[in-house]
Write a protein that binds this ligand. Structure first.
Ligand SMILES: [Zn+2]
Length: 257
């Protein structure tokens, strides 16, 4: 992790060495909101140390979705409530053993007792927000990439923490176990596109971008889905990334052909 950098006033992002996974910190009056702390043991220790140095302790946390690299935690980060949507919290609970296996494979040594211990936020809807005393953190919930995926929008600074959507380095990764993978991903993109006043986007993996970049990524993702729906081979500039990305693309293509 290269440490925390400020993407907007009071919003800091750290980027992991593992798949450029991002961690977002929102500063509040009495501590910070921590979104998707990740990934390696050393990086979580560094994050906790960086926060201590800033005089910030996590007072609330949010996991955008129930994939192993978004439900990690370390004792050094304290005992803040770790919220997620009810659907995401339920998946993290039932799939804990598999999430732990995946974590161990890619980022060994995590304390599995802390993995995926999420508190479901009841009454999720488009008007829901994370309960904490810092800047308003609205939730945008959909099932596009995983069940109960919750992006966070900070209207005060125009920052959208998109979770595993709006990548610059990855193609849309569909939840092929869902009943309508394409429809739910499209619905997710539409929900994100409808958020007014996005000036910065922070994807779960990759690089932050400005408002124009955000709209460009939405368009690129929509074009990818349209091409995928046709079930024929096509190119996407992002497919020059790691081999697993090409494999996932092929798998998604097979699903629709
Ligand atoms: Zn994911």
């Amino acid at each position: 992790m290269r440490g925390l950098s400020e993407v907007a006033p009071g919003v800091l992002v750290a980027t992991s060495t593992f798949e450029l996974t991002t961690t977002t910190v929102v500063l509040g009056p009495d501590g910070c909101l921590l979104i998707d702390p990740a990934v390696t043991l050393a990086e979580l220790a560094r994050l906790a140390a960086d926060l201590r140095e800033l005089g910030q302790r996590p007072v609330a946390a949010w996991s955008t979705h129930p994939h192993w690299d978004h439900v990690l935690w370390s004792r050094d980060l304290g005992n803040a409530p770790r919220y997620a949507t009810p659907a995401a919290a339920a998946v993290a609970e039932t799939e804990r053993a598999e999430l732990a296996r995946e974590a161990q494979r890619s980022a060994p040594g995590h304390d599995f007792a802390l993995l995926g211990r999420l508190t479901p936020l009841p009454g999720m809807n488009t008007a829901a927000a994370i309960p904490w005393d810092g800047p308003e953190a609205r939730l945008i919930v959909h099932d596009g990439h995983a069940p109960g995926h919750g992006a966070v929008f900070l209207p005060g600074t125009g920052v959208l923490v998109a979770g595993d959507m709006c990548y610059d380095v990855e193609i849309p990764l569909l939840d092929l176990a869902a009943s309508d993978p394409l429809g739910s991903y499209r619905a997710g993109l539409e929900r994100l596109a409808a958020v007014p006043g996005v000036r910065h986007v922070v994807p779960g993996h990759g690089h932050a971008g400005d408002g124009d970049e955000f709209r460009g990524r939405l368009a690129a993702d929509a074009a990818y889905l349209d091409a995928l729906a046709l079930g024929k081979t096509f190119a996407d500039p992002r497919l020059t990334g790691p081999g697993w990305l090409r494999d996932t693309h092929d798998q998604q293509l097979r699903y629709f052909s």
